[in-house]
Design a binder for this molecule. Structure first.
Ligand SMILES: [Zn+2]
Length: 114
C-alpha cells in the first residue's frame, strides 16, 4: 500500500487555509454566513450591500466546494481508497496524485468524462 502521509499533510494544510478564508469572510465551516455580517461603514446603501453580499456568497460557495473535495480526499486516505479511481477503480498514478492531491479519477476516466 502506498504511503500517502505527504498527501495528507498537503490536504490538511489546504484545509486549514480554506477554513481560515471562510472565517475571514464571516462564514462558518459549513458555509453559513453570519446573519449579522457587517460589511462596514463604506456600504451605506442597501444595493451595494446586497451586491457585496452576493459576491461574498459566491466566494464562500467556491471555498466550500473546495473544502468538500479536500475533506473527501482525506476520507479516502482513511478508508484506503485514496489514489484509486472513483470510476474504474484502477490505481491513479502517484505522479498524478502528487500534482493534483484531490484527484478522484485516473487520467483516462477524467478525459472520458470531460
Ligand atoms: Zn479510471
Amino acid at each position: 500500500m502506498a504511503d500517502y502521509s505527504a498527501a495528507r499533510e498537503i490536504l490538511l494544510e489546504e484545509r486549514e487555509k480554506l477554513v481560515h478564508q471562510l472565517k475571514e469572510l464571516g462564514a462558518t465551516e459549513s458555509g453559513a454566513l453570519r446573519s449579522d455580517l457587517d460589511f462596514g461603514e463604506g456600504f451605506s446603501d442597501a444595493g451595494a450591500v446586497t451586491a457585496e453580499r452576493t459576491e461574498v456568497l459566491g466566494i464562500v460557495e467556491s471555498l466550500k466546494s473546495h473544502l468538500g473535495e479536500v475533506d473527501a480526499s482525506l476520507a479516502r486516505i482513511d478508508d484506503n481508497t485514496y489514489g484509486t479511481c472513483a470510476r474504474c477503480a484502477n490505481r491513479i498514478s502517484p505522479e498524478r496524485m502528487e500534482v493534483r492531491p484531490r484527484s478522484r479519477l485516473c487520467v483516462k476516466c477524467k478525459t472520458a468524462m470531460a
